[in-house]
Write a protein that binds this ligand. Structure first.
Ligand code: SF4
Length: 399
């Protein structure tokens, strides 16, 4: 029970995490004094992960441990010498330097790169509104971590951010987790959703992680052979009359074009391609096809050569068996509230005028471009650390 000066707020953990834990935050005189898990939340059921439980109630509310003011670099780059300055000073200096660049080289010579940061509309999207309004060049994709999956899913389903609601699992007979490791990246989903129901769990992954260890069926696929495995599974479904031909007739384009390829991909062929025993391919295929089944494709699955096409191959499973759009069935990649609001595009906060016409440059080209001080007059980084998302050797040489 909150006393005077206390406020209790029900909210959601803003970290970039599959779990999306429900939280109860207590504030006193406007300051956060306690953060705990919401027992009524279906995923985390009152718990927070160890990291957040400790940090939300410790270092993240400890003013002595946090950076509270802008800091200006006073020594050489990399020397670590900084001095505190006021917000007015910092904002004034940045605005003045950007303004001069806009006048001398045009706004498109200002490049900005970003990722998620804290997952709220304002924290994750608002800087984008500023840069879009300015006419700066955007590094796209914002991350190389999941773009191939989004593009592939959009090709196949027209959408990559509206997966199933986990609560529909009560109607499922099978959950297929492919290329994801919930035991590490979604601890509450793993405990309270994935394993705490009557559905059979199939895990497909080269790595025998904890979720794989506890699965009813585990298919240890050879790295890179996932598409072959998908074709072999669909072969079994077709051979055994388990495809939903009514659903295919009404909702699927292109089935006839690949039917002959599917016919060639026997379970024995699949075993030779994937190292998964043919009998296991058959068992998993039948379990999934009979359903109702949920399919979760992880980001790991598309982080490999041909990752987008692997996603498209896996999409055959729900599309050909009708495991979409009915209780207990569905396919899931990365649900996103911001993207749901804009139906797959950028959030309305990001787009100042509702358009998406900013110039873009591939993230893969950025390390080379940064050596060219003429092209990039300023490189603004917000909500991400490019050095830690695969751009090894990242060395800003310009602004
Ligand atoms: S598991 Fe941790 S980081 Fe993820 S949503 Fe829950 S509290 Fe946040």
């Amino acid at each position: 029970m909150a006393h005077e000066n206390q406020t209790v707020i029900k909210t959601t953990c803003p970290r970039d995490c599959y779990d999306g834990c429900g939280m109860i935050v207590t504030t006193e005189n406007g300051q956060v004094t306690q953060v705990k898990g919401n027992p009524e939340h279906p995923t985390n059921q009152g718990k927070l992960c160890g990291k957040c439980s400790v940090a939300y109630n410790g270092v993240w509310i400890d003013e002595d441990a946090r950076l509270l003011h802008p800091m200006r670099r006073v020594g050489k780059k990399g020397s670590g010498a900084f001095t505190p300055i006021s917000w007015d000073e910092a904002l004034g200096e940045v605005a003045s330097r950007l303004g001069k660049i806009v006048e001398s080289h045009g706004a498109s010579s200002i490049y900005h790169t970003h990722y998620t940061g804290t997952c709220s509309f304002i924290a994750s999207d608002f800087p984008g509104r500023f840069f879009e309004h300015l006419g700066a060049t955007e590094v796209d994709p914002d991350t190389i971590c999941n773009k191939a999956g989004h593009v592939a899913w959009n090709y196949v389903f027209g959408d990559s951010v509206n997966g199933f609601d986990p609560r529909t699992v009560k109607n499922s007979k099978c959950i297929l987790v492919w290329g994801a490791n919930p035991s590490a990246s979604a601890p509450h989903v793993d405990k309270n959703w994935l394993h705490d129901n009557t559905a059979k769990v199939i895990v497909i992954d080269p790595i025998r992680h904890e979720t794989a260890d506890r699965a009813d069926l585990y298919l240890q696929v050879r790295p890179g052979a996932d598409a072959a495995l998908a074709f072999a599974m669909v072969h079994v479904m077709q051979r055994d009359g388990l495809l939903d031909m009514d659903y295919i007739r009404d909702h699927v384009l292109g089935f006839d074009d690949i039917a002959s390829s599917i016919a060639e991909c026997t379970p024995e062929w699949g075993e030779a391609q994937t190292d998964v025993p043919a009998a296991l391919i058959e068992e998993a295929a039948r379990l999934y096809a009979i359903g109702p089944s949920l399919m979760w494709l992880g980001q790991g699955l598309q982080r490999q050569l041909g990752g987008g096409n692997i996603f498209r191959a896996c999409a055959m499973l729900p599309a050909f068996t009708g495991n979409i759009g009915k209780p207990g069935a569905g396919a899931y990649y990365l649900n996103s509230t911001a993207d749901i609001f804009s139906r797959g595009g950028k959030s309305p906060i990001y787009e100042a005028d509702g358009s998406d016409d900013a110039a873009t440059v591939s993230q893969m080209d950025i390390p080379a471009l940064l050596q060219d001080a003429e092209t990039i007059q300023a490189y603004m980084v917000w909500n991400c650390n490019p050095d830690h998302i695969g751009l090894n050797g990242f060395q800003p040489g310009a602004g």
